[in-house]
Design a binder for this molecule. Structure first.
Ligand SMILES: [Zn+2]
Length: 245
């Protein structure tokens, strides 16, 4: 059965969108194979369909979609920027805190430092064999091996009791306790021992120059040898003798 061209052309949009029933579809198909005019009409509609699709990119819906996409991109960028800023801020706080309170940055002038030392003969300070004294009461310094039977207790004034091996006692005749005092909280003291002299190259405190409130802060260190001089070496090489005996 053939249909008039008018009916077929009314059906063409449904045929193109593939939403008509099988019977209509077959009818349109058959008509198009026989009717030149309707075929060219079909081709024209089919090609404008693509044009309309392209045009629909500029429709309100697609404008909305693309502006939503832009908003989403902007928000993502902002979130990323906020996260980066937060990480940077945390880093700044950590670095800043360390610079202010921990980093050894500022040199302390020599007038703000007092240095003294006491030299003791190790033999005079030996108390008891180490295994007769509870470990909890002593600081242990083993220079060679961790063998308690070869250790001796040494009671050093200012530092308390330390444990040394017999080998250390034989090699080291003296113990020198060095004390550095300053009202500043010292972060770094760089020193080197040559012969019987300690050479100090840096007394440093923090950027804030934090001070101890009501007492002279003392730092003690121990050299297991006889120290006769403590010298401060300035950056130009000038030597200042801080203590000697
Ligand atoms: Zn026709």
């Amino acid at each position: 059965m053939t249909y008039p061209c008018g009916i077929i052309r009314d059906l063409l949009p449904l045929y193109i969108d593939d939403v008509c029933n099988e019977e209509s579809k077959q009818a349109v198909h058959n008509h198009l194979s026989e009717c030149e005019k309707c075929r060219s009409c079909y081709k024209a509609m089919k090609s404008t369909e693509g044009f309309e699709d392209k045009r629909s990119d500029n429709s309100e819906d697609s404008k909305m979609a693309s502006s939503l996409k832009n908003v989403k991109n902007t928000i993502n960028k902002r979130i990323r920027n906020i996260a980066l800023c937060a990480v940077a801020a945390v880093l700044v706080v950590i670095v800043g805190f360390n610079l202010l309170f921990n980093a050894a940055i500022k040199n302390v002038s020599l007038e703000d430092i007092t240095v003294s030392a006491n030299v003791y003969s190790l033999a005079e300070l030996i108390e008891t064999p180490a295994d007769e004294v509870p470990n909890s009461e002593s600081v242990t310094i083993f220079s060679d091996e961790n063998d308690i039977s070869k250790a001796v207790q040494v009671k050093i004034p200012e530092l308390g009791t330390i444990t040394l091996t017999e080998d250390t006692i034989e090699k080291c005749q003296y113990a020198t306790v060095i004390s550095v005092g300053s009202e500043y909280f010292l972060r770094t003291i760089e020193s080197e021992v040559k012969d019987n002299t300690i050479y100090i190259t840096a007394f440093k405190t923090t950027l804030l120059n934090s001070k101890a409130l009501d007492y002279q802060k003392q730092i003690y260190s121990l050299e297991l040898q006889e120290i006769n001089r403590i010298v401060f070496v300035e950056s130009d090489g000038t030597e200042n003798v801080l203590w000697s005996r």
